[in-house]
Ligand binder design. Structure first.
Ligand code: SAM
Ligand code: DTB
Ligand code: SF4
Length: 339
């Protein structure tokens, strides 16, 4: 059944969401971002590609491999997520992976050509003893010469410092959607909680990886408001994943009307224009996109993909297919950082 999320009730936020244009000096007004969305696609993509070339080699794509280091059993109720205990999706809860297994996966990712290794855990917020264990995993990943990224849920200031000390380069924590759409998707943590974690990550000196999901039934105005939130962070994130919802049977968002592919391309282009030096990441959802669509996303300014046959619990194109795609497009992977 198709769910119309734009009319769904109730909004159960504990606190008022941050107003998109609350800061008088906000770099980006939602209305200006909506105006970008409204441009002819050819004009929008041209502008995005022009900005892209000012900061990046347009032929280069970053390859980042994801590993679910702790799967399932999450107490949060994110309506898109197969790992929530609230939904019957067939994902089984597991324990935190040990360092040998993580090292093996990271070595394989490096051998396949990835430069970034992202470890994800289905936690609302890690306990301090979890952070000590993850810090050990970060040291392993760094010791083999990969950039390390983690996404573990909400972090305290001290936890962020511990991860920074272990060598963590990026922390991924998404705003997911616009403040005004947020309460339709998640009720167990609020927008401000996410902003607080981003603040802790910044203060600890790590790079921020923060983006969202489109195709959750949001309106264009809400997509523009999400981009405004991201672009007005000070500084804006170094890395911006744009995910297309992967619909998983059993989650409340399964059955949502699919987003128009060109609207997805527009979202990538608008992210590129508003966050010129960020890596814009064509993230979840590539398995449901054809190759022409992925190529159009690169033209619109995406320059990072998840590389490897699995995201966290769902599928992703396999490495041979992605290599063949880059070859066909005459594009290349970003070089390894060390050797
Ligand atoms: N539990 C931690 C958290 O939520 O912060 C980290 C892992 S969580 C799976 C990381 C991100 O994956 C979410 O914020 C969401 O943006 C994305 N994600 C999860 N399920 C998704 C889905 N079905 N489709 C697209 N993106 C998804
Ligand atoms: C992000 O923005 N997308 C990735 C990563 N950060 C951790 C996660 C996508 C998850 C897709 C659903 C799954 O495989 O469970
Ligand atoms: Fe838990 Fe993260 Fe999934 Fe939300 S997105 S249910 S916090 S694993």
């Amino acid at each position: 059944m198709t769910q119309d999320l734009t009319t769904e009730q109730p909004i159960r936020l504990h606190r008022a969401p941050a107003a998109p244009d609350a800061a008088p000096n906000a770099r980006w007004k939602v209305a200006d971002i909506e105006a970008l969305f409204a441009l002819p696609l050819t004009e929008l993509v041209f502008r995005a590609q022009t900005v892209h070339r000012e900061h990046f080699d347009p032929a280069e794509v970053e390859l980042a491999t994801l590993l679910s280091i702790k799967t399932g059993g999450c107490p949060e109720d994110c309506g898109y997520c197969p790992q929530s205990v609230h939904y019957d999706t067939g994902v089984e809860a597991g324990k935190l992976m040990d360092s040998d297994a993580v090292r093996q996966a990271a070595e394989a990712a490096k051998a396949a050509g990835a430069t970034r290794f992202c470890m994800g855990a289905a936690w609302r917020a890690p306990k301090d003893r979890d952070i000590e264990k993850v810090a050990e995993l970060v040291r392993e990943v760094k010791s083999i010469g990969l950039e390390a990224c983690c996404t573990l849920g909400m972090l305290s200031e001290q936890q962020a410092l511990t991860l920074k000390d272990a060598g963590l380069d990026y922390y991924n924590h998404n705003l997911d959607t616009a403040p005004e759409a947020y309460g339709r998707i998640i009720t167990t943590r609020d927008y401000q909680d996410r902003l607080d974690t981003l603040d802790h990550v910044r203060k600890a000196g790590m790079s921020v990886c923060c983006g969202g999901i489109v195709g959750m039934g949001e309106s264009r105005a809400e997509r523009a408001a999400l981009i405004a939130q991201l672009a007005n962070l000070d500084p804006y994130p170094e890395s911006v994943p744009i995910n297309e919802l992967v619909q998983v049977e059993g989650t409340p968002l399964a059955g949502t009307e699919k987003i128009d592919p060109f609207e997805f391309v527009r979202t990538i282009a608008v992210a590129r224009i508003t966050m010129p030096t960020a890596r814009v990441r064509l993230s979840a959802g590539r398995q449901q996109m054809d190759e022409a669509m992925q190529a159009l996303c690169f033209v619109a300014g995406a320059n990072s993909i998840f590389y490897g046959e699995k995201l966290l619990t769902t599928g992703n194109p396999d490495v041979e297919r992605d290599r063949a795609l880059l070859t066909r497009l005459g594009m290349k992977a970003r070089h390894s950082l060390q050797g």
